[in-house]
Design a protein around this ligand. Structure first.
Ligand code: ASP
Length: 332
C-alpha cells in the first residue's frame, strides 16, 4: 500500500515573547528573545505527527524591531519553501506587530499555501504560557488543506483570524487578538481547524527589490491643528495615512494642509475607531469624508491605519503611481 507523504510545514521563528526567557541575574531580571525555532518546537506537546516540520531561526528580536527589509526577505524565503514543495508555513514572532507583519505577508506572498503567524502573550517563564498551544494550533492550520487560498492567517487562543482584519487589542490577555470588522474566520476544536468564513483573494504586490519609501501615520485628535501635517513632506515622507475621526472626518482646521499635501503625495484616509468601512457619501461639512475625498484623499476601505500604511508602503516600494494606488484601495 502506498502511503501519502505527510505535508511539510516550515516554521520560521523571529523572536518575541514566545521565544523569550531569562538567565537569573542577567537582563535586569527581564526576559529577552533567545529561543531558537528548534527549541520552540521541542517545547510543544502533542505536535501533529501528520506534518513534517522544518525549523528555521530567521531572526531573534522584539517584533517592534522588525523592518520592511526583514519582511521582504522573509516573503522571499517563504516563496522558496513553497516552490520546494512545503504545504504551509508558520511564522512565530512577537505579538506587538503581528497585525502589520501578517498583512504585509498577505500582500507579498502569491501562493495559495497557508501562511500562519502566531506568537504568545505569556512568556515561557510564567505560569501557563500560551506559546506551545498557539504554535501547535498554527502548525495544525498550516498543514490543513482547508486553509489554502485564505491569504495569511493569524492563529492565537484557538482562533483563526484573517490578517487583513486582525488587531492586537490588549496589552497582556491571551485573548488579545480580535477582528473587529468581520470576526474570526474560524477556530480550532480538538486540534481540527474549522473554517467558517472564506476571504476573497487580495491583489498581490510584487516583493519590492529596493528600499521602501517612508509612510507617516497620523492620528487625528480633539483640538488638533495642521502643524504636524505641514511637516510630513519636509521630513522626507513619501505618503501619509490619516487615522481620522469616525467614518472619515478631520477638524476643519486641518483640511487645507491635507489638501495641499494630497496634491504632492498619496494621502490615505483611515479611521481611528478600529472597526468598519470608511464612509464615502454621507457627510458634507468641511473635513467630512465627502469633502476630503473631493480634495484628493484616498479612502482606505475596511483597512485600519496600520494596515493602510503597510499597503501604501509596499505600493510605493514598487514605484506605483497615484492612480494605481487609488485603485488598490478601491479594491478593499
Ligand atoms: N510583547 C511582545 C510579544 O507579545 C514582544 C514582541 O512583540 O516582540 O511578543
Amino acid at each position: 500500500m502506498v502511503r501519502d507523504e505527510p505535508p511539510r510545514v516550515a516554521v520560521f521563528s523571529l523572536g518575541g515573547t514566545i521565544a523569550s526567557t531569562n538567565t537569573p541575574g542577567v537582563d535586569g531580571g527581564g526576559v529577552t528573545p533567545r529561543l531558537a525555532a528548534k527549541e520552540l518546537l521541542a517545547g510543544v506537546p502533542g505536535l501533529p505527527d501528520s506534518a513534517e516540520l522544518e525549523a528555521v531561526t530567521f531572526r531573534q528580536t522584539a517584533s517592534g524591531d522588525l523592518t520592511f527589509d526583514d519582511l521582504t526577505a522573509l516573503a522571499a524565503e517563504i516563496e522558496t519553501r513553497f516552490e520546494a514543495g512545503a504545504a504551509g508555513v508558520v511564522v512565530v514572532q512577537g505579538t506587538d506587530t503581528i497585525e502589520e507583519t501578517s498583512f504585509a505577508l498577505d500582500l507579498l506572498i502569491d501562493a495559495p499555501n497557508p501562511v500562519v503567524v502566531t506568537g504568545a502573550m505569556r512568556n515561557p517563564t510564567l505560569a501557563s504560557p500560551d506559546g506551545p498551544a498557539n504554535l501547535r494550533a498554527a502548525v495544525q492550520v498550516a498543514a490543513s488543506p482547508e486553509a489554502r487560498g485564505l491569504g495569511s492567517l493569524v492563529v492565537l487562543n484557538d482562533e483563526i483570524h484573517a490578517a487583513r482584519f486582525v488587531s492586537k487589542t490588549h496589552t497582556s490577555s491571551p485573548a488579545a487578538f480580535r477582528s473587529m470588522t468581520a470576526g474570526p474566520i474560524g477556530w480550532l476544536v480538538e486540534g481540527r481547524p474549522r473554517i467558517v468564513l472564506r476571504t476573497t483573494p487580495l491583489p498581490g504586490i510584487p516583493v519590492p527589490t529596493g528600499p521602501i519609501p517612508p509612510v507617516a501615520l497620523l492620528t487625528m485628535c480633539l483640538g488638533e491643528d495642521e502643524r504636524l501635517i505641514e511637516q510630513v513632506s519636509a521630513l522626507g515622507y513619501a505618503g501619509l495615512v490619516v487615522e481620522s475621526f469616525g467614518g472619515g472626518h478631520v477638524s476643519a482646521r486641518t483640511v487645507s494642509a491635507l489638501e495641499r499635501l494630497a496634491a504632492t503625495m498619496p494621502v490615505v484616509l483611515a479611521s481611528r475607531t478600529g472597526g468598519g468601512d470608511m464612509l464615502q457619501a454621507t457627510y458634507g461639512f468641511p473635513g467630512s469624508e465627502r469633502d476630503l475625498i473631493a480634495r484628493g484623499l484616498i479612502p482606505a476601505g475596511y483597512l485600519d491605519g496600520l494596515k493602510a500604511r503597510i499597503l501604501l508602503s509596499l505600493l510605493l516600494g514598487n514605484g506605483t503611481g497615484i492612480e494605481q494606488v487609488r485603485a488598490a484601495y478601491a479594491g478593499v
